[in-house]
Design a protein around this ligand. Sequence first.
Ligand code: SF4
Ligand code: MSK
Length: 643
Amino acid sequence: MYPKKRSSEKAAQEMIDLMAEAGQENAWDRLDQQSPQCGFGKQGVCCRICTMGPCRISKKAPLGVCGADADTIVARNFLRAVACGVSAHSDHGRAVAEVFIAGAKGEAPDYGVKDPEKLHRIAKEFGVETKDKSDKEIALAVGEIALAEFGKSHGNQLMVKRAPKPRKQIWEKTGVTPRAIDREVVEAMHRSTMGVDQDYKSLLLHATRTALADGWGGAMLASDLQDIMFGSPTPGIGNINLGVLQKDQVNVIVHGHEPILSEMIVAASQDPELIKKAEEVGAKGINIAGICCTANELLSRHGVSIAGNFLCQELAIATGAVDMMAVDVQCVMQGLQKIAACYHTKLFTTADKAKIPGVEHIPIQEDCALKTAKELIVKAIDNFKNRGEVHIPDDKQAAVTGFTNESIKYMLGGKFRASYRPLNDNIMNGKIRGIAAIVGCSNPKVPMDYTHVELAKELIKNNVLVLTTGCASIACGKQALLNPKEALKLAGPGLREVCETVGIPPVLACGSCVDNSRLLVAASEIVAEGGLGEDLSELPLAGACLESISEKALAIGQYFVASGVMVVFAKELFPYLGSDNVTDYLLKDIEQEFGGHWALESDPAKAAQLMLAHIESKRDALGINEETERKLYTMEERRSLEL
Ligand code: SF4
Ligand code: MSK
């Protein structure tokens, strides 16, 4: 089904071939060494949570030592994976909240308020009194409320209020309205340990509650606080792919997730003294590029180039052009240490919770973050002279990114009349059939970027507006789908007409993994705008993640499903199919409770058909596919029409 090559994209394939020639190992080689992978693990029927195990469920041995069956074991594994994904996004959110508070108190002088308008909007939402208060005082109050969301002892997540009323009622009725984020994760670990919750439905229901604490909690807070602190993204242009590395400049790569590090690196790189220092060593400047979600954050706020997505991290170092790579948390391969040692690249870890043996650790501390970032840049400059042979693929693509629930509204309705009305109208008149979210990573089991790109092409051809985040967004960018001029050639006539009128590409890059919560807010506002039903589950909307590596992707999928959305996941990358009952629940029965469900399909063309059929079924249910008969009114009838 998949093309044979390791990457569907030329620059990465060029570097993969180069590494093979040099006898250097990367993720694809290590996947080969790991193959064939464990069949029990692939089905989710392996349990090692107590020392009577590990137990593996088979026809011959259908129960673990404690008597747990496949339903319980698969559901526990699913819940634990969701809890891990939630903890990653939410701990990111917590780190942001802590720096936010320190900034407001004056204890983190390099962090402040860059979007006061959003600060005031969130303050109002949180019930913070703003009259006669400075931005710092308001920020402190907002930050304290946000931080409390992680561990408060009573009440539900505040951000849940943003959901449409029928959605909140569904969550109340099913008992999954999320409480404190930490509480849901702790309870997930408790329920899934030996001898506690042994009812697969009960376990899966808690997976839903935990996931909701992320999508409508930790991740949503992370995006909002980052916007206030670093400025809200606005649509702008940048470049994507390995060709953004510069032969004649000091190349610095930031990789990971939290903008707390990368924002300081960008600021430091603009210091005239450091630019002069770079020139003194023979470089023409300092070039910052990002990898993974940090890259999405920087391009959408500062126009900083993106070198690549998840599987590009080792390839970037193999160009020989990376003078320094600073990493923080999540999606950082331990293999970087080995490949960096083959080149001159200086690799640094910067987050105390994410260290790698053999890699120097230089923590970014909030009270002196910019100073530390400058020290890191100096190390990159000093390392420029140590470069050996350099091979930079010359591929890069211009991309427009920086779309958010707010900026899409401004693009559609204008600065002073920001509104989703034009989008709703064009969905209702059928020019746009619906909306699709394409999210996820890159995985060596799938030719890199192949499924994201093919799926996006098929959907825009069929007049579906595509929103992307994370590494899926970077995949689309590398293959020109974020370039309005190129991508609009591939769009269906209705979608093209609307995008040309508004001035947007048919694929909208909406940021990083945590920014998936922006899509939930956008969908809620589309419902509130009117004409497309009363709840998220009524929207002609579908999600897909056909290349994933991370437990975070599972958490995202589960909170979309629980928000009423159908989510298509690659079957090969969904290791929870070892129980018929769990499969039936996630693929079918869950829809009765939440209006959304999982679907499994690895082929992007078939996944697109599933999504299109789902979108059309929602349109039918809304009655917006019916041809309305044209009626000619008499003057009398016109007068009697109610306005
Ligand atoms: Fe085996 Fe039960 Fe222990 Fe899991 S909890 S390892 S199934 S005995
Ligand atoms: S970085 S979670 S590989 S999208 Fe967010 Fe990319 Fe997936 Fe990591």
